[in-house]
Design a protein around this ligand. Sequence first.
Ligand SMILES: Nc1ncnc2c1ncn2[C@@H]1O[C@H](COP(=O)(O)OP(=O)(O)O)[C@@H](O)[C@H]1O
Ligand SMILES: [Mg+2]
Length: 323
Amino acid sequence: MTHPLLDVRNLKTYFYLRRGVVKAVDGVSFRLNRGEALGIVGESGSGKTMTALSILRLVPYPGKIVGGEIIFKGRDLLKLTEKEMRHIRGKEISLIFQDPQNSLNPVFTVGWQVGEAIELHSEGKPLWDRIIEKVINILRGVGIPRVEDRVNDYPHEFSGGQKQRIMIGMSISNNPDIIIADEPTTALDVTIQAQIIDLLKDLRSRYNSSIILIAHNMGLVSELCDNVAVMYAGRIVEYGSIEEIFNDPLHPYTRMLLRCIPRTDIDVDKLESIPGEPPDPVNPPSGCRFHPRCPYAKEECKRDPIYIENIDGHMAVCELYRR
Ligand SMILES: Nc1ncnc2c1ncn2[C@@H]1O[C@H](COP(=O)(O)OP(=O)(O)O)[C@@H](O)[C@H]1O
Ligand SMILES: [Mg+2]
């Protein structure tokens, strides 16, 4: 068996607050192969961003990775020094943030910013002219029109969609093994969203990069991903291929998420949302954390451990399938 490119095992990232401990990521495990696109979906607050930030060891204070392993190319990232991690970030694993508006620095030209990202991870010190040549190629590759005239423009001179393209360009500038895109289209309108997903698809086929696409609904994920992990309250409740998740969802939460895919052909206010509230992260429900909102909940669902159904790698953590 070949080793996966990334193997996240029982990852736990907790926030230590005065009112208690928030188990933002609570025993998350998944694997990512080279060239694979994995979707991580779940409502807001389910721990998607903290999973991504944990992989890069960028969890903000008072959060802390308290357990697990993150094996990347055979090494546990949690055991590396900060200096070794700096080499991984942006070069081997890059992150595209939710909000390009706040991720580009307003006081530097985009050419300078993309160039700096390249220079940071270059051997020796390449001439700036060479770097700018590379920047122009990258920005052309992500679909910025008239790039030669625009490298010296500032972020505010670009549209939201273009800024996200620049961010994506920056994140692929060092040919990373893994691109993590955290809701990369949330701030953009529907047409631009589709274009950004097309761009990621294109980059994936050009460079065979692995992608982790984080989203709060299934719609965008279905366009790009091979496999999907569904998160609820800090845990993965279902994992499977995109076909299995769409055609035969097992977990009641996944079924509800599938009913919430925004469609352009229906009124936004007729869109179904999931009934009930996400749990209090400091005092989550016992057993299956979804049980208070689950129409099929029974007594067993309140107790740990919850049954894990696994049919050829399509996995769901749910008592409904205990025989
Ligand atoms: N800075 C923080 N301080 C305290 N708790 C936080 C902080 N950031 C995130 N959390 C907690 O971690 C949980 C997961 O957050 P996050 O990973 O950002 O969710 P998602 O990306 O799925 O919307 C949240 O429910 C929240 O309670
Ligand atoms: Mg998030």
